[in-house]
Design a protein around this ligand. Structure first.
Ligand SMILES: NC(=O)c1ccc[n+]([C@@H]2O[C@H](COP(=O)([O-])OP(=O)(O)OC[C@H]3O[C@@H](n4cnc5c(N)ncnc54)[C@H](O)[C@@H]3O)[C@@H](O)[C@H]2O)c1
Length: 345
């Protein structure tokens, strides 16, 4: 199958590209390249069969020639990035998603796999039990609102010839060619490795479901190739039931891999109201070919081994190389990006 993966030059995209090619698919990558230089270490990146360097806001119908399915990852990829400029988040994450989908539908592309997020469940808390795909949305950021509205807009396009699928991914962890350290597991491991401190900037009680980037990638590829009946206009929470953690327990899992590090729970409140426990049964039962493989323990071991073997470029994990928001800010400060995040190089 000819698979267009947008956002292929980020954290998840390179891993997804490699897995898709290994499964026999031709991959066309489309990315503006905000993080092309944010290479995390000596991990080989398999290039796609064809790379389109383009802003998602400027996709043309030619970009969709001979495409059988789209996995749409491109976008401002977390809640703090959305806070940079809410209107820009809606432009890149929402309006461009719907425009791409409309063009895809016109071009006869029948499958559109959208990288949504469990962030749409927002401030649900943990007390009411784990949330399945029918739970109400409770978005608490422009990023999460952009995902909710994208799902709604894509769903409105669904018909006999166009099948959107909504992958509500948990918070990712893992190591790849462009590893992020602005996500909770990797971040705490980064603290432990570089500072010998594991610092939780809250009281540690919020619930956060977790998932490895390889499991996110395999789930999206399964959704791209599945029979229409299995996935048409369906949402799937992507993660695993035994990886719903409170942040303090994530810290303890990281501590097991860095036992000499000091564990600090600062007790701050108010920074991030997100807390949600999620039920992941549906994907395991009804997404053909998918079962999550990675536990948090395995992932922490992978990250710890990577950090110990390679250190970190420039010595720190809290730099633009690994923190998406800082790289965008750097691009704007140096003139490589304008205020609308248009690339000028
Ligand atoms: N990482 C997570 O924890 C997580 C969880 C849930 C959902 N998701 C979603 O998965 C997707 C990928 O996440 P990631 O962690 O790989 O993010 P990332 O920030 O590492 O990668 C996103 C990619 O999209 C590209 N992009 C951004 N704006 C673009 C534009 N205007 N035009 C073209 N390309 C553009 C960037 O250059 C980058 O390569 C995102 O949509 C994100 O919202 C991620």
């Amino acid at each position: 199958m000819n698979l267009l993966i947008t956002g292929n030059l980020g954290f998840i995209g390179p891993v997804m590209t490699q897995l898709a090619q290994a499964a026999g698919h031709q991959v066309i990558g489309l990315d503006v390249g905000y993080f092309k230089d944010c290479v995390s270490g000596p991990i080989d990146e398999t290039p796609p069969d064809r790379q389109i360097r383009r802003d998602i806001r400027d996709v043309t119908s030619e970009d969709l020639t001979d495409v059988d399915a789209i996995i749409h990852l491109a976008g401002l990829s977390n809640d703090p990035m959305g806070a940079l400029n809410a209107e820009l988040t809606y432009d890149i994450n929402l309006r461009s998603t719907l425009r791409l989908a409309e063009m895809a539908k016109t071009a006869g592309v029948q499958r559109f796999v959208f990288a949504s997020s469990c962030s749409i469940y927002g401030a649900a808390g943990g007390a009411g039990g784990a949330l399945d795909e029918t739970a109400p949305f409770n978005p608490v950021s422009a990023y999460a609102v952009s995902k909710v509205r994208s799902e709604e807009g894509l769903s409105a396009l669904a018909d006999h010839a166009f099948s959107p699928v909504f992958m509500r991914n948990a918070t990712a962890f893992g190591v790849g060619p462009r590893t992020r350290f602005d996500l909770v597991v990797n971040n705490l491991a980064g603290w432990a490795h570089t500072q010998n401190v594991i610092r939780v900037m809250s009281d540690g009680t919020p619930w956060r479901p977790l998932v490895h980037i390889r499991d996110i990638s395999r789930a999206a590829i399964c959704a791209a190739v599945a029979e229409r009946e299995a996935v048409h206009d369906q949402a799937f929470n992507i993660g695993r039931n035994d990886a719903n953690y409170q942040v303090r327990d994530i810290a303890l899992a990281v501590h097991a891999a860095f036992p000499t590090a000091e564990l600090q729970i600062t007790g701050e409140t108010g920074g991030d109201p997100r807390s949600y426990r999620v039920n992941f049964d549906k994907a395991q039962q009804r997404l053909p070919g998918f079962a999550p493989e990675w536990t948090l323990t395995d992932g922490v071991k992978e990250i710890a081994a990577f950090l110990r073997a390679n250190g970190l470029k420039d010595g720190g994990f809290d730099t633009r190389l690994f923190v998406r928001l800082k790289q965008l800010q750097y691009g704007m400060d140096t003139g490589a990006l304008d205020a609308a995040l248009r690339a000028h190089d």
